[in-house]
Design a protein around this ligand. Structure first.
Ligand code: DPP
Ligand code: ZN
Length: 884
């Protein structure tokens, strides 16, 4: 295998300064003419010019107007070193967009043409030094049929446009900012745009455009509002204004990722642009806000300062996820709404990143080696990367962080840099912070993989009025990573008296208490902190707000957790206490053969949450959900997914039954009467009402009652927005109600022309709680549905990923049918779209953590895929690592 290593990084032997591209666009055969001004990098030894190129048809090569000899070597185009230290290289080649099912490079979607170049798609358009440290100024001329492609877009500013002969027209674009090739984009399609003119604080005028297919324009209001809000936020919080005259977003149906931050021309999966109350859920509206923000924020963190090499991917992604999370929290408003956001972010980190970090794809936030870089657009690089940035934020504070950002831009604007450069700027801007004092310890977050374990034990001494906290950390060994060093952990703490009072915090040696909430900093394996003047026995509330991405073992008893759940001023830890109580019970049930049963203390604590009028509905909904099967599976060794499913389902049944009256009350109390708004308040009410309805219909399925299923069906029919409609439909489908099928038929008939709603139609059925193998059988049947296809990534994900990532009990079957299906699909998808296939292949990452018979059956399925000789390097890397 061809492995790329971080330690082998060398600056390029040549720089490309300017790029002049002309495209004669055609879906079957597009001609690309490229004229590059190149300079030899005098700091490197003289070498031949080696250009990346993939699936290209080369027509000619000229150096300073003269033909030269060239050869193909290891998949690269090699030209012997020209005599001159600066020269013009002209290349002509063709590509076939309509044959490009990988959706990387130039491809057709519907009747339009679109590009995706990150990470290594530009080499599928023309020969180039396709690496992020080669930054150039681009001028792009697009020529194509005026009827087919009325809109011709590329990065930067429009210089000219006009008609050509034979019904063709052209547009010429110029991007004044130097950029790496992965930020190049073009679009040629029949689109319409929502436009808005805005003036930034600095007084500059900008044109914002959101391009979509005809008919979708009414669904772009939220995306445009989110874009304007992002602009205002980045100027306000970080002093970072929009640097372009024109900022464009284009929505496309077929897209591998969520969206792409191409300079001035973001290309988005339609899922993150299009929304109306009738077709999108509250979660969809939130997703649009955060992805529009994310891509917009990349304009500075990613585009103005980019990555030296792909090992530094988290430099832009971790930081930009942190920025979009902060943006979404600021937009959410109240402290409680912020906490709800934080809980959501942590939940997804634990469900996706923790298992990744414990399995064969475990890698540091800054990886050391890869076979296919596309495989490293991971939860570790993104979400853990964001947590690592949050660690800095916690250590230096909001102002210190802003100062660090300012210094980072002062030093590196316009360049391709490393994670170390970022950390250094943060430390230098905050010389008296624990970050600056322990920068080397901090940087272990970049080099060490795995999730650290934090153990905490407290000891109250009534005679001395002291509370001593013993903290220790340990990072478990992983293949290739044995002796790990301690990491820099900010541990946010509070102490609660048993009556719930928050106690003042004074450490030994301090002359007075400093509030009731503070951050302890760990830099070594073990620390002891002694709090003095502690007037009552207390319960420590540790890692508040999830102040570091670790697994915490605080040894708290049920009684302690109940105190935190009822009284903690930190909403995150209040939620966490309930989750821990539930997890303890699920664990105990997994270790015993007796039927799973929740005790009264737990049920009463849940009842108290539902009844507590001071808590927001959004928080209640999160608190009442038991930890997911995906999360629990990661917390237990040798997991039996079927047993876990039956344990958890039995507990949910019990909550449905025991809290029936409270669910009825919650449903009634959380009906939104005002007009639809996707804000935190309304969406919290809808979320709780939907959960209540699901519980009420579930209860009905246990008792045979028909009232609540009937009500759910009625609500499904009458709903005025997608959140309510889908919630009611889900309540019926998840309880396997007889009304589910008629509702599904009706849903399909209503929305058969709405691609994004059809995705929901499939996903909802793929994710329904398994019962007697019915859901798995239904998924296989839906694969034959006339609206199902593997060529559209959203649609493929809607069923396949719903099964493997969202429905463990349907996937992990004792007869191995789920694994057989998985292997068949990996092999099929791999011939079509390797990026999608290798994502899907990761469904069995954690096979070694399965109990028998699952474990052996999973291994057999992986081995079957591995035996396929011509796998893509993307999928090969995943499979090899799984079997290593
Ligand atoms: N750079 C893109 C993003 O995360 C890749 N998906 O925004
Ligand atoms: Zn990103």
């Amino acid at each position: 295998a061809n492995i790329v290593r971080r330690e082998d990084y060398l600056a390029p032997a040549y720089w490309i300064r300017t790029v002049d591209l002309t495209f004669d666009l055609d879906a079957a055969k597009t001609i690309v003419a490229s004229k590059l001004f190149i300079e030899r990098n005098l700091e490197q030894m003289e070498q031949p010019l080696r250009l990346h190129g993939e699936d290209l048809n080369l027509l000619r090569v000229l150096v300073d107007g003269q033909s030269v000899s060239f050869r193909h070597e290891d998949g690269m185009l090699v030209i012997d070193a020209p005599q001159q230290s600066a020269f013009t290289l002209e290349i002509r080649n063709t590509v076939a967009p309509e044959k490009n099912t990988q959706l990387s490079g130039l491809y057709a979607s519907g009747s339009g043409l679109f590009t995706q170049c990150e990470a290594e798609g530009f080499r599928r358009i023309t020969y180039f030094l396709d690496r992020p440290d080669v930054m150039a100024v681009y001028t792009v001329t697009l020529r194509g049929d005026k009827q087919k492609y009325p809109v011709l877009l590329s990065n930067g500013n429009l210089l000219e446009q006009g008609d050509l002969d034979n019904g063709r027209h052209f547009a010429k674009w110029h991007d004044p900012f130097r950029k790496p090739s992965y930020l190049f984009a073009l679009v040629a399609a029949d689109l319409v745009a929502r436009e808005q003119r805005v003036r930034s604080r600095s007084g500059r005028d900008h044109l914002l455009q959101v391009f979509v297919k005809r008919g979708d324009l009414e669904k772009t209001e939220h995306a445009m509002n989110s874009l304007v809000a992002s602009m205002i936020w980045d100027e306000h919080r970080f002093n970072l204004p929009l640097d372009l005259e024109r900022f464009m977003i284009v929505a496309v149906d077929d897209f591998n990722m969520g969206a792409m931050e191409n300079k001035g021309l973001n290309i988005f999966n339609t899922k993150y642009v299009l929304a109306s109350a009738a077709t999108a859920t509250d979660a969809d509206f939130d997703g649009i806000e955060s992805v529009v923000g994310h891509e917009y924020f990349h304009n500075w963190t990613g585009n103005r300062i980019t990555c030296q090499d792909w090992f530094q991917l988290s430099l832009k992604e971790g930081l930009t996820v942190f920025r979009d999370q902060e943006f979404s929290m600021d937009m959410a408003g109240s402290a409680s709404a912020r906490a709800v956001r934080r809980i959501g972010d942590v939940r997804s980190l634990r469900e996706r990143q923790f298992p990744e970090d414990a399995g064969p794809m475990s890698h540091p936030v800054r990886p050391d080696a890869y076979q296919a870089i596309d495989n490293f657009y991971t939860a570790t690089v993104y979400e853990k990367g964001s947590e690592v940035v949050r660690v800095i934020h916690t250590l230096v504070g909001q102002q210190g962080f802003a100062a660090g950002m300012a210094l980072y831009f002062q030093r590196h604007d316009g360049f391709a840099v490393t994670c170390d450069d970022f950390a250094q700027a943060m430390a230098d801007a905050n010389p008296y912070s624990p970050l600056a004092h322990n920068l080397d310890v901090f940087k272990r977050w970049y080099s060490q993989a795995g999730t650290p374990r934090l153990t905490a034990r407290g000891e109250y001494n009534a005679a001395n009025a002291t509370f001593t906290l013993y903290l220790s950390q340990h990072n478990p060994a992983l293949p290739g990573q044995n002796d790990k060093l301690p990491q820099l952990l900010p541990v946010a703490v509070g102490l609660l008296a048993r009556d719930g009072t928050a106690l003042p915090l004074q450490l030994a040696g301090e002359d007075h208490a400093v509030g009731t909430d503070r951050v302890l900093v760990m830099t070594e394996a073990q620390h002891t902190f002694t709090f003095v003047n502690v007037q009552a026995d207390c319960v420590p509330s540790l890692l508040r707000g999830f102040s570091a991405p670790v697994v915490l073992d605080d040894g708290l008893t049920d009684a302690d957790l109940l105190v935190l759940m009822a009284h903690d001023t930190d909403a995150f830890n209040r939620w966490e206490a309930g989750q821990r109580l539930a997890l303890n019970r699920i664990r105990a049930a997994l270790n015993s053969d007796a039927p799973a049963a929740l005790d009264d203390a737990f049920i009463e604590a849940m009842r108290a949450v539902l009844n507590d009028t001071r808590l927001d509905p959004a928080f209640k909904e999160l608190a009442l959900l038991l930890p997911s099967e995906v999360y629990v599976a990661d917390q237990v060794t040798g997991i039996d997914p079927q047993r876990l499913h039956s344990v958890r389902e039995a507990m949910v049944d019990q909550l449905a039954t025991a809290l029936h009256a409270e669910w009825e009350a919650a449903f009634a109390a959380n009906q939104v009467r005002a007009g639809y708004k996707p804000d935190a308040v309304q969406s919290g009410q809808r979320a709780l009402a939907n959960l209540a309805l699901t519980m009420l219909v579930r209860h009905a399925s246990l008792t045979g009652d028909t009232v609540w299923p009937g009500r759910a069906y009625q609500r499904f029919k009458d709903a005025s927005n997608m959140t309510d409609r889908l919630g009611a439909l889900e309540a019926l489908v998840n309880s396997h109600s007889e009304l589910a099928q008629p509702a599904l038929d009706r849903f399909h008939a209503l929305f058969r022309h709405e691609a994004l709603v059809l995705d929901k139609f499939f996903m909802l059925q793929g994710r329904a709680p398994e019962k007697d193998g019915r859901v798995f059988a239904r998924i296989k049947q839906l694969m034959q549905h006339p609206d199902f296809t593997l060529t559209n990534p959203n649609r493929a994900r809607s069923l396949l990923f719903a099964l493997t990532a969202g429905n463990p009990a349907a996937f992990h079957r004792t007869d191995a049918a789920g694994y057989v299906f998985w292997a068949d699909m990996v092999i099929t998808l791999d011939t079509l779209n390797p990026q999608l296939a290798s994502r899907f292949a990761r469904a069995l990452d954690r096979w070694t953590n399965l109990a028998e018979p699952y474990r052996s059956a999973a291994r057999e399925a992986i081995a079957r895929v591995s035996a396929k000789a011509d796998l893509s390097s993307d999928t090969r890397e995943i499979i090899d690592r799984a079997l290593a």
